[in-house]
Design a protein. Structure first.
Length: 246
């Protein structure tokens, strides 16, 4: 599969929706996690990321609580940490994974209890990732739960697992394949297709990479960005949050 530069890919996509990127940093000693949200409606854009340090993660909050309409699909915990495992998703399935893995269920088993979002006609996919660290090594997995070509009566489940990734390389998955299409007389956003993209991560420190990623997200549609670097040997991590609404 073709390897793409993550920043160039984002710069060329006006609305990839929400996205998760995981990679081993170019120095080979750290793990990179990136998660962003975008929005077109006022409700989707009325959000910020906020730290939840006691659970090793972040939550989404309304930037202006007075403007909050339906919170069901926009208020959730995108990132949580369970021991040596970091969980990142685009919805409240983060909590599902956290709770069921804590009961010794697997990532895949946890997600069998969930489906795509109930936001007809888009049926936005639920994208998820886990990163596990052990003895200075890493492995990770990504999942997408999506409708059957826009048919909300059927759910398709895909999981991709990666062991010992090469330095500077990783995977990227996002919710939407492109702009709206018309299907059976209905306009909708098409779901992401195929395997997660093989991406190349530039050799930058966390602050420079955060700034670079943020600058390459569409200025009108971007809402929030989260970046985390994890030391493979110690498990200690450093995180950054950027919010358009500050």
């Amino acid at each position: 599969m073709e390897k793409i530069n993550l920043n160039e890919y984002l710069a060329a996509n006006e609305y990839p929706g929400r996205g998760i990127a995981v990679a081993k940093a170019p120095d080979g000693r750290q793990v990179f996690i990136g998660y962003f949200i975008m929005g077109r409606s006022e409700n989707s854009r009325n959000r910020v990321f906020d730290p939840v340090p006691e659970r090793g993660g972040i939550c989404t909050m309304a930037a202006d609580p007075a403007k909050l309409e339906d919170p069901s699909l926009i208020i959730y915990n995108p990132v949580l940490t369970l021991g040596k495992t970091h969980i990142v998703t685009n919805g409240d399935q983060t909590d599902t994974i956290y709770e069921l893995m804590d009961k010794q269920m697997t990532f895949e088993q946890s997600l069998r209890t969930r489906e795509f979002e109930d936001d007809k006609p888009n049926y936005t996919p639920r994208i998820s990732g886990i990163i596990h660290l052990e003895n200075g090594a890493m492995n990770y997995a990504m999942s997408i739960l999506k409708s059957a070509d826009g048919d909300g009566s059927s759910c398709r489940r895909y999981t991709y697992a990666y062991s010992n990734p090469m330095a500077g390389k990783g995977s990227f998955i996002h919710t939407y394949a492109g702009d709206e299409i018309e299907q059976d007389g209905v306009r909708r956003l098409p779901s992401f297709e195929g395997e997660p993209k093989n991406v190349i991560i530039p050799d930058m420190d966390i602050d420079k990479l955060t700034d670079y990623l943020w600058s390459n997200l569409n200025k009108d549609n971007k809402v929030s960005l989260f970046v985390r670097y994890i030391d493979l040997e110690t498990g200690k991590y450093d995180s950054r949050i950027v919010n358009k609404n500050v």
